[in-house]
Ligand binder design. Sequence first.
Ligand SMILES: C[S@@+](CC[C@H](N)C(=O)[O-])C[C@H]1O[C@@H](n2cnc3c(N)ncnc32)[C@H](O)[C@@H]1O
Length: 272
Amino acid sequence: MKQIQAELLVRESVAPTRIINFSGTLDGVEHHNAIICGDCLEVMRAMPAGSVNLVITSPPYNLLNSTGNGLKKNTRCGKWVNAAIKDGYRQYGDNMPYADYVAWQRACVAEMLRLLTPDGAIFYNNKNRVQAGLLQDRREILAGFPLRQIITWKRSGAINFNAGYFLPVTEQIYLLCGKNFRLSPGANKFTDVWEIKQEMKNPHPAPYPEALIDRILQSAPGAVVLDPFGGSGTTAVCARRHGRQFILIEQSPAYCEMARQRIDGEQWRNAA
Ligand SMILES: C[S@@+](CC[C@H](N)C(=O)[O-])C[C@H]1O[C@@H](n2cnc3c(N)ncnc32)[C@H](O)[C@@H]1O
């Protein structure tokens, strides 16, 4: 009952979520509790250093850059025929040469670190892959950065069957920290293995499950939460539920609109 009352109070006081079309600068633009439509590297470079407490994000995994046949666009072979991600994202092909992908992601993580307060943390989700028969270990992206821990996210299943290796059912959540970061009291009991089902009902091709973001927000303090690969807005929806401010960046106008609708409807769904 108390939770419903609190959510109704939030509902009365919250303005509709704005979508800001990024035009090269954020000077004088209030961008808290907003979705910024643009390229996340350009947008982050326009944000002031030390202005966010928590980054929660899942970039594209470069899945269409595949040495197997399972995820190549327009193929009918492999086990991914019905997977939405097979067609990539609305405005992003998810198919870079691996070295370019690593360099791009390193540039993004470096910007996230610049934006972070010394007591802040980044929860960066990615996924190891096997390509040409060898492990692509995503720690390559994070070499030299302040990596404190790797949380294993165990999903309930997977679809990339391959006779050459065991079916991968885990992803990694890399915890990169400012030197003063501490978990919320008692959160260390969650351990470093999180068993959380993947999201099945969201029409975005690769959404986070809300339970995963809720776990992160229960674990880590921080008033301002950034997701530079915002997608359908799961991070923002959960941030608002936990009384945090959010900054969402997403380059596809269609996903920005999807996120906007979802953020503005979410609090009522929980209160119902
Ligand atoms: C794995 S999805 C994130 C999904 C999100 N966590 C959710 O719950 O819906 C990655 C997102 O990054 C977006 N994206 C790709 N390149 C981008 C860029 N350069 N700048 C901003 N967003 C980008 C894609 O359009 C896609 O929506």
